[in-house]
Design a protein around this ligand. Structure first.
Ligand SMILES: NC(=O)c1ccc[n+]([C@@H]2O[C@H](COP(=O)([O-])OP(=O)(O)OC[C@H]3O[C@@H](n4cnc5c(N)ncnc54)[C@H](OP(=O)(O)O)[C@@H]3O)[C@@H](O)[C@H]2O)c1
Length: 330
């Protein structure tokens, strides 16, 4: 048994309260592998959990953290030995299973990815679910046959976690990336990640009744949903695809069938949570090799457990830029 620190979210009559408390590994649920967490990261979903969103977390008190990377401390699974470096993104971690905002997690073996050779725990969590999801979007566009010769690729919510990594990955692969952002002061940041140009979020916002608009984007990665996604679909070039993964603006969007039956465009769904572990491991392998990024430091803010309550508020205020790394040893 080990004592450890964990971020603790409680639901009270006055709303959600946050603290850092001491827990015991005996408090963790049963599972195959006990992991000492070195790093986690903050994702939009962690903020939803911490706000008590029942679609993410039903039972409180709770420790969020949908990402974790660290060292195996105990294992009953043949595939994992004490001392192995591992990471986890998604499945139930941080939802209704105590997550990576605690210094220990205990999980089923089939949730775990062995750390790819050459990738550190820190790097893996700078990427975290957001970076992993960005890679899924890129991989699905590739599966549809997208190439840099097709033309500009739009990334919405570009200064956020998924957006920042998507910009950097697409630029690395040679695409002309257009970043859409609501933050006028992040133009240089987005260009440093590889964006060729930046458009203001307002240019893509607003309801437009026309079924199609001028063909503008070869492809797109959309992290926001809502009217912006509706407009992006109408602006896709013939044969273009949009990978959709997020809902920060709205979970709804509207379209007619026209872009699909006149322009042959595609909407690609992206889920990072329940993706089979074999596919997760393959994408992590790519993130350590052909999709390896050298710009991770540019997009990283490092925090400790005691900083998390502030970070959660900043996420809902739309003020977070890039990725927030949680150092569990800080
Ligand atoms: N499908 C999956 O498996 C999966 C995995 C990971 C994340 N997600 C989802 O992807 C989305 C992005 O996640 P994230 O971790 O990147 O979040 P994030 O770091 O908070 O970034 C979201 C970005 O969206 C933009 N934004 C904020 N409020 C907006 C609004 N009202 N209208 C339009 N844009 C707005 C902002 O970028 P700008 O200021 O640059 O516009 C913000 O930085 C979330 O909805 C998350 O739940 C889904």
């Amino acid at each position: 048994m080990s004592q450890f620190n964990a971020f603790w979210v409680e639901k009270t009559d006055d709303g959600m309260t946050y603290s850092v408390v001491e827990r015991s590994t005996d408090d963790l649920p049963p599972g195959d592998v006990l992991i000492r967490v070195q790093y986690s990261s903050v994702n939009y979903k962690d903020a939803l959990s911490a706000k008590g969103n029942p679609g993410v977390t039903r039972h409180f008190p709770h420790t969020p953290g949908i990402d974790a990377a660290g060292i195996v401390e105990a294992s009953t699974a043949a595939d994992f030995n004490i001392g192995d470096e591992v990471l986890i993104v998604g499945y139930d971690l941080g939802m209704n299973t105590p997550g990576g905002f605690g210094q220990y997690v205990r999980v089923p073996a089939e949730w775990i990815v062995k750390m790819p050779a050459g990738m550190s725990a820190r790097e893996s969590m700078v990427l975290g679910t957001a970076g992993f999801t960005a890679a899924l979007c890129v991989a699905k566009l590739e599966q549809m046959g997208a190439t840099p010769a097709d033309g500009p690729v739009l990334v919405t919510g570009a200064s956020g976690g998924v957006g920042s990594v998507a910009v950097a990955l697409l630029a690395k692969l040679g695409f002309e990336v257009v970043a859409s952002s609501g933050k006028a002061d992040k133009v240089e940041y987005l260009k440093s990640l590889g964006a060729a140009s930046v458009v203001g979020r307002e240019e893509l916002s607003g309801e437009n009744k026309r079924p199609m608009l001028a063909e503008t984007w070869a492809h797109a990665v959309d992290t926001v949903g809502g009217e912006i996604l509706s407009n992006v679909i109408k602006q896709l070039k013939y044969g273009g695809s949009v990978a959709i993964c997020g809902l920060v603006a709205s979970p709804s969007f509207s379209t007619t069938v026209m872009p699909f039956i006149i322009r042959n465009v595609n909407v690609l769904g992206i889920d990072s949570v329940q993706l089979p572990i074999k596919e997760k491991r393959a994408i992590w392998q790519r993130l350590a090799t052909d999709l390896r990024l050298t710009s991770l430091d540019t997009m990283t803010t490092e925090v400790g457990l005691s900083d998390l309550s502030d970070v959660i508020e900043q996420i809902f205020a739309g003020k977070v830029t890039g990725r927030t790394l949680v150092n569990l040893e800080k």
